[in-house]
Design a binder for this molecule. Structure first.
Ligand code: NAD
Length: 252
C-alpha cells in the first residue's frame, strides 16, 4: 500500500520514533521521511535498523541504538537526536513486545520488565521531549495502544495492562501539556500484518479470526497505521488531542 497524502506542515520537522527498526515502526520511519521530515529512531535490533537507514540513504534519518528499558540512555539519546536534527516536534512511542506469558507463572521481576518494555518508556520519552515542544510552541505525541485488551484478549496480561494504561497516560498528559499546544493521542492498531506477526502468529486459525473480526476484510498493513500517525502529527490535526484513533478494519 502506497500512501499518497502530503502534509506540508511535516516538512523539516524533527520526529523521534521508538522501535523504528522493524514492523510498524519501520513504516513510520519511512513515511515521515517521505514527508520531508527529519527522523531519529531507536531500537535494540541494530542490523535491521542500519539496513533501513542505508536503504533510505539520507542524513535526515538517524538510528541510535538504545534499549528503552534503560531510561537514562533513552533520555541521553533524545538529547543527542535534538542536537543532531533540531528540536523534536513529534514523538511516536511505538516500541513494545507482545511476548505471551502465563499469568500463573509471572514473577514480580518479569512483571516489572514487561511494563518497562511496553509502557514506562512512553512516559519518560514524553517527559524528555517536552522542553523542545514547549520551546517550539507546539508538538504532537502519539502513543501506540492496542486493540488486544479492548477485544478481551488473554495470554499476555503484562502487555494488555501496559496497553490499557497507555490510554490513561495519553489523557492525563494531554491535559497537562495542552496549554503548551502539545497534543497527546493514542493510535490503536488492530491486528497488523507485520513480518513478525506473519511469521510467528498468523496461522490458519488466526486468518479465520481476522476474517470474522474485521468489517473490512483486507489485511491490515503497517502503512494504514502510518497514515493515521502522519495526520495526527500534522498541523491539520491541531484540535485533536486526548483521544484514541482506532485503525483496525472495524473490529472493536
Ligand atoms: N502488529 C500488531 O498487530 C499490533 C497490534 C496492536 C498494537 N500494536 C502496537 O504497535 C506497535 C508496533 O507494533 P509491531 O507489531 O511493529 O511491533 P514489533 O514487535 O514487530 O516491533 C517493535 C519494535 O520495537 C523494538 N523494541 C522492542 N523492545 C525494545 C527495547 N527494549 N528497546 C528498543 N526497542 C525495542 C523491536 O526491536 C521492534 O523493532 C507496538 O506498540 C504494538 O504494541 C501492534
Amino acid at each position: 500500500m502506497t500512501l499518497t497524502n502530503q502534509y506540508p506542515s511535516l516538512k523539516g520537522k524533527t520526529v523521534f520514533i521508538s522501535g523504528g527498526g522493524s514492523g510498524i515502526g519501520a513504516s513510520l520511519v519511512e513515511s515521515f521521511f517521505q514527508q520531508g521530515a527529519k527522523v531519529a529512531f531507536v531500537d535494540i535490533q541494530e542490523n535491521v535498523s542500519n539496513t533501513l537507514v542505508d536503504r533510505l540513504g539520507s542524513d535526515d534519518v538517524r538510528f541510535y541504538p538504545c534499549d528503552l528499558t534503560d531510561v537514562e540512555r533513552l533520555q541521553a539519546v533524545i538529547a543527542q537526536a535534538a542536537e543532531d536534527l533540531g528540536p523534536i516536534s513529534v514523538l511516536v512511542n511505538n516500541a513494545a513486545n507482545d511476548t505471551r506469558h502465563d499469568f500463573r507463572e509471572v514473577t514480580p521481576e518479569q512483571w516489572d520488565k514487561c511494563l518497562a518494555v511496553n509502557m514506562r518508556h512512553h512516559f519518560f520519552a514524553a517527559q524528555a521531549v517536552y522542553p523542545y515542544m514547549k520551546q517550539l510552541g507546539a508538538g504532537s505525541i502519539i502513543n501506540l495502544g492496542s486493540m488486544s485488551w479492548h477485544a478481551g484478549q488473554g495470554g499476555m496480561p503484562g502487555y494488555t495492562s501496559s496497553k490499557a494504561s497507555i490510554e490513561g497516560l495519553t489523557r492525563g498528559l494531554a491535559r497537562d501539556m495542552g496549554p503548551d499546544r502539545i497534543r497527546v493521542n493514542c493510535l490503536v492498531p488492530g491486528w497488523v500484518m507485520t513480518e513478525k506477526q506473519l511469521s510467528e502468529r498468523v496461522d490458519e486459525a488466526a486468518r479465520e479470526a481476522i476474517d470474522k473480526g474485521q468489517s473490512v476484510k483486507d489485511p491490515l498493513m503497517p502503512e494504514s497505521i502510518s497514515a493515521m500517525a502522519l495526520f495526527l502529527a500534522s498541523d491539520d490535526a491541531s484540535m485533536c488531542t486526548s483521544q484514541n484513533f482506532i485503525v483496525d478494519g472495524g473490529w472493536i
